[in-house]
Design a protein around this ligand. Structure first.
Ligand code: FAD
Length: 467
């Protein structure tokens, strides 16, 4: 029998935006219902951040072992090359996802959030029906928070299905394709391409722009490009994927930058050309809400044009990142509880879990140009910890960008081994309004990769110690 619920807050979608909003709302004593049609955790936990990083870990361990077997460089050897059981690796990855999903469920329960398992369909901005295998409910809420996330963009010439995979299917393969063609050299395509190459696939990447990771500057992406070249990943830049042709061996037809058409043999094609906000199929059109391009338009408190209708996460635009969605979700819950909040972060860190990893926070030199900026970098080749990790070979560095007049830090970028773990320190420096002297005056533990950040600040001030 259908029940009717009248909570103060209805959250639609349990991705990092929605579930964090619901937990925080519950903690603040707000009567909250969370509706989720799929598994708890959304894109990030079920088919995005977590499974991709688990697969990258497996691939990196495998590649290290294979490298050890062949090279004996650091005094290690294996009697025979390592073997990869992709199905078993996927089961381990699913186990990690499952544990975290159960954790989200427990946190929601502890915060006294009512979870409805089913798809919400709205008849107006505040009223919906939720239906699922065990759910049939009507919900009329005072506040509605839209956190329906995003879906992979499909190219008309390469519709998903059969040999053409989105990242979701690529993260669930139980047999390694021998040849994988990837369309799109953004961070998702490159992270997965790197992982599949490390696991032994022949990888080719087709990108319409003339370089990889077009959102980052070339100085930062050069070490990644070098790794791809050394690993034998074939890059077709300034190129267009035309169609997949069936045959004894399927081939992806590509128009190259020089205008010729080449046929790439491919057991699978992974299409990672972007993501679009999930607006269709759940009654969004019944809501009088403005759009900003393809996204839901919101102000700096994540309010839509309609009173008490809020939207967060991938639905509201770039950067489409989990930590941005979480921060917005937490803020909206606090606003509904009566707190004074705005979404005005000094910086939102972005990471590519490539080989090596890239972190970018705040402005790059070319974005800050004109403000009277100085920038300095410190190479990992001169950092002791990087050498003990064999990490200097990648050619990475930490770079700081600061104002020349008051030495206020405007941006920090790094490329190097395991550098993702420094994203918090970088973002913290920007959020606290650090000047170069603050970083130079902070004792960084030795030997750590973080010392390269310290040294980059010293170098910007004109007195580096270790270079
Ligand atoms: P989502 O996580 O997309 O969640 C939306 C939820 O809403 C879904 O569970 C969906 O089922 C549900 N839903 C939608 N409509 C309805 C409805 N009508 N009724 C009920 N439920 C509904 N970001 C990072 O920060 N770091 C990373 O390393 C990273 N790696 C990624 C790797 C991959 C392969 C992919 C695809 C993405 C990655 N991302 C990463 C991006 C990240 O996953 C998203 O930015 C994040 O999940 C967005 O969160 P969200 O809450 O806005 O929406």
């Amino acid at each position: 029998m259908s029940e009717t619920l009248r909570p103060k807050l209805l959250v639609v979608g349990s991705g990092p935006g929605g579930y964090v909003a619901a937990i925080r709302a519950g903690q603040l004593g707000i009567d909250t219902v969370l509706v989720e049609g799929d598994r708890l955790g959304g894109t990030c936990l079920i088919r995005g951040c977590i499974p991709s990083k688990a697969l990258i870990h497996v691939a990196s361990r495998f590649a290290e072992m294979a490298d050890t077997a062949g090279l004996r460089r650091i005094g290690l050897s294996l009697d025979r090359p390592p073997a990869l059981d992709l199905a078993a690796a996927m089961r381990w990855k699913d186990g990690v996802v499952g544990r975290l999903e159960a954790g989200v469920a427990a946190l929601l329960e502890r915060a006294k959030v009512r979870v409805l398992r089913g798809w919400a369909k709205f008849s107006d901005a505040k009223t919906c029906r939720v239906t699922g295998p065990d759910t049939d409910a009507s919900v009329a809420a005072e506040h509605v928070l839209l956190a329906t996330g995003s879906l992979p963009t499909e190219l008309p010439e390469l519709p998903f299905g059969g040999a053409v995979l989105s990242s979701t299917e690529a993260l669930a393969l139980d047999r390694l394709p021998r040849r994988l063609a990837i369309v799109g050299a953004g961070y998702i395509g490159l992270e997965l391409g790197t992982a599949f190459r490390k696991m032994g696939c022949e990888v080719a990447i087709v990108e319409a722009q003339d370089r990889i990771l077009p959102l980052y500057d070339e100085e930062l992406t050069a070490p990644v490009r070098r790794w791809l070249d050394r690993a034998g990943v074939r890059l077709y830049l300034g190129a267009q994927a035309l169609r997949l042709r069936d045959g004894e061996v399927a081939t992806l037809e590509v128009r190259t930058a020089s205008g010729e058409t080449v046929a790439l043999p491919a057991d699978n094609v992974l299409s990672t050309v972007g993501r679009r906000p999930r607006l269709a199929g759940w009654g969004f059109e019944t809501m009088a809400v403005d759009l900003a391009g393809p996204f839901v338009a919101v102000d700096d408190q994540c309010r839509t044009a309609m009173r008490n209708l809020w939207a967060i996460g991938d639905l509201v635009g770039e950067p489409m990142l989990a930590h941005k969605a979480m921060a917005q979700g937490e803020m909206v819950a606090e606003l509904i509880a009566g707190e004074r909040r705005h979404f005005a972060p000094a910086a939102i860190p972005a990471i590519c879990f490539t080989e090596p990893e890239i972190v970018s926070v705040g402005l790059a030199p070319r974005e800050a140009a004109g403000e009277g900026v100085l920038s300095a970098q410190f190479p990992f080749a001169a950092n002791g910890r990087a050498l003990t990790l064999e990490g200097e070979r990648a050619g990475g560095f930490v770079r700081v960008v600061a104002r020349r007049d008051n030495r206020r830090v405007l941006g920090i970028q790094a490329v190097g081994p395991q550098i993702s773990e420094l994203a918090g320190e970088f973002a913290h420096a920007l959020e606290m309004g650090a000047v170069l002297e603050d970083i130079a005056g902070t004792i960084h533990a030795h030997p750590t990769l973080g010392e390269a950040f310290h040294e980059a600040a010293l170098r910007a001030l004109g007195h580096p110690l270790h270079i």
